[in-house]
Design a protein around this ligand. Structure first.
Ligand code: GLP
Length: 242
């Protein structure tokens, strides 16, 4: 895994946004895998800025988000879909038919998961997958477990994960859905290139285990060690234990 350490999260966000903008110029029909969470917000802000400056054209790009809460409709302001609309989709020239998202209010979970896998395949696979890192080492919503699920699936969220997401639910852990849909670890590992972002001191221990520890489903992020083009982009605070 290639590790890059930036002095400040804003520098990281700028560098990644420039990287994506460059890739969009080279490959206008780029297929991007995108995360939610607090970590990528400065990156989305930078992407929007580059788009406004005429330096990032999304007109032919496709996006697939990693995950969505089960039971939340796309229009629900607490859904990941709504998060993405606010931070990126409403602010750049992505074509709405090329924005792909898991439907949290599907009536047939298995079918929805299969549909997503097929859509990724039909798009030619994910060229660049950007990831965040959960406090417990989860990726997307692939939670630490005895075994991981390879493909897009429905998963039960850990209490710690629901707590970490409570800020988006009036700080009420009980209001955070107990289940979610998520790309699986194989879905993620099939991307051509992966960039995982982690910032802040609270992630330092997890980052250390992910990079220097064994590959284990107890820390799903450690599976990135198996990928040929996985990069870990950190700020100084998240890199203190390396
Ligand atoms: C959620 C998302 C993950 C994300 C994680 C970290 O649980 N499902 O995809 O990486 O949060 O969030 P944050 O960036 O806020 O620490």
């Amino acid at each position: 895994m290639r590790v890059r350490v930036f002095a400040h999260p804003d520098g990281l966000a700028r560098a990644l946004a420039l990287d994506v903008a460059r890739r969009l110029t080279e490959t206008p029909d780029l297929v991007l895998g995108l995360p939610t969470g607090r970590t990528p917000i400065p990156f989305y802000r930078e992407l929007v800025r580059l788009h406004q400056a005429g330096r990032a054209d999304f007109s032919r790009a496709t996006t697939f988000n990693l995950d969505e809460f089960l039971g939340l409709a796309p229009r629900d302001p607490r859904s990941y879909r709504a998060f993405m609309q606010r931070h990126l989709f409403d602010r750049v020239n992505l074509s709405s038919r090329r924005i792909q998202f898991l439907n949290g209010v599907t009536h047939d979970v298995e079918r929805e998961c299969r549909r997503y896998e097929r859509a990724i395949e039909r798009a030619g696979g994910i060229g660049l997958q950007i990831l965040g890192l959960g406090m417990n080492g989860h990726i997307g919503f692939n939670e630490p477990a005895r075994a991981l699920v390879a493909r897009t699936h429905c998963t039960r969220l850990k209490r710690a994960t629901r707590r970490a997401n409570a800020a988006f639910f009036d700080n009420r852990v009980s209001a955070v859905p107990a289940e979610a849909l998520s790309m699986g670890m194989a879905t993620i590992l099939h991307a051509g290139r992966i960039v995982l972002l982690a910032t802040g001191a609270t992630k330092a221990r997890c980052v250390e285990r992910m990079i220097a520890g064994p590959v284990t489903p107890r820390l799903p992020g450690s599976f990135l060690q198996l990928h040929r083009r996985a990069e870990i982009w950190l700020d100084r605070a998240a890199a203190t234990r390396l």
